[in-house]
Ligand binder design. Structure first.
Ligand code: B12
Ligand code: SF4
Ligand code: SF4
Length: 210
């Protein structure tokens, strides 16, 4: 499965075992969270037909095609973070994986991708497959720069004020967040060690703030 994912610049972000979980398809015994693998994800994705055709939501359409096909090949079921409400509980699933945690600002922080954690889909498998051992929450040994990195004061340990974030992005002062990605997500040393390109963050910020 690793090789099949690598061909699409995807990787397993984490997973967990389940029995009779009502949030999962009937009979699912393992849930794997799937997300971009760096370096090279953005050049790979932008060469795909969903980006090239100029139609809306290229990332979601690509995710459905690629992760949906992987699921068919594996006899599994593909689940996606978008397409709601209602939404599949990706945040809770990430916590259950033991490889992502709630950061001081509540955004998920992943063992290797930091605050740039973002799932493109999940695979619900009928088999119980081996999973890597849970990692250690990086925040416990960190000076926590994420806590006061938001220049608008919109995302802090106290709350995420979505409308304050949008107002700041509308003012000229929000240009850094729009072109390089959310300053809170960028402040994390684990995010910085992960080779995500700014142009990819800029695309997601445009989707969030359109
Ligand atoms: C709705 C939603 C939002 C809403 C949040 C509404 C709210 N807080 O009131 C809005 C549109 C604001 C949002 C924004 C973003 N989101 Co969002 N969002 C979702 C979505 C689709 C559903 C969450 C939900 O309602 N679940 C159902 C409820 C019952 O479960 P819950 O666990 O209680 O959900 C809560 C949290 O997920 C939280 N939440 C969701 N997004 C965010 C973002 C921030 C900054 C915070 C603090 C909390 C938060 O709010 C939910 C409701 O209280 C999930 C995908 C999914 N299927 O879960 C992604 C998801 C949680 N978001 C994600 C991302 C990447 C973002 C953005 C960073 C996107 C971007 N710009 O690149 C932005 C943040 C903007 C920024 N400053 O950069 C990622 C997780 C990122 C992370 N590291 O934690 C997810 C998992 C999607 C994915 N593809 O992986 N999001
Ligand atoms: S900056 Fe530090 S405290 Fe904040 S999410 Fe990253 S590791 Fe955790
Ligand atoms: S995008 Fe910018 S304004 Fe919005 S929460 Fe992140 S740092 Fe704050």
């Amino acid at each position: 499965m690793k090789a099949a994912l690598e061909a699409h610049h995807l990787e397993i972000l984490g997973g967990f075992h389940a029995e009779d979980d009502p949030a999962l398809p009937k009979g699912a015994r393992t849930l794997l969270l799937i997300g971009p693998s760096e370096p090279g994800f953005w050049p790979h994705f932008t060469a795909q037909p969903e980006w090239q055709d100029g139609q809306p939501d290229p990332m979601d359409r690509w995710s459905r095609r690629v992760i949906g096909r992987l699921a068919c090949d594996l006899g599994a079921k593909a689940l996606f973070p978008f397409g709601g409400p209602p939404y599949h509980p990706f945040y809770q699933w990430a916590l259950r994986s033991g490889r992502a945690w709630a950061s001081p600002v509540q955004l998920l922080v992943h063992e290797t991708q930091g605050l740039f954690f973002s799932a493109r889909g999940a695979l619900a498998l009928k088999e119980r497959v081996e999973l890597p051992a849970p990692g250690a929450r990086p925040c416990d040994a960190c000076a926590q720069p994420c806590a006061d990195a938001c220049p608008a004061g919109a995302l802090t340990p106290a709350a995420y004020n979505v409308s304050e974030c949008h107002s700041f992005l509308d003012s000229g002062a929000g240009e850094g967040c729009l072109s390089q990605g959310c300053a809170v997500r960028r402040a994390c040393p684990v995010s910085q060690s992960y080779a995500r390109m700014e142009v990819q963050s800029a695309y997601h910020m445009r989707q969030f703030h359109r």
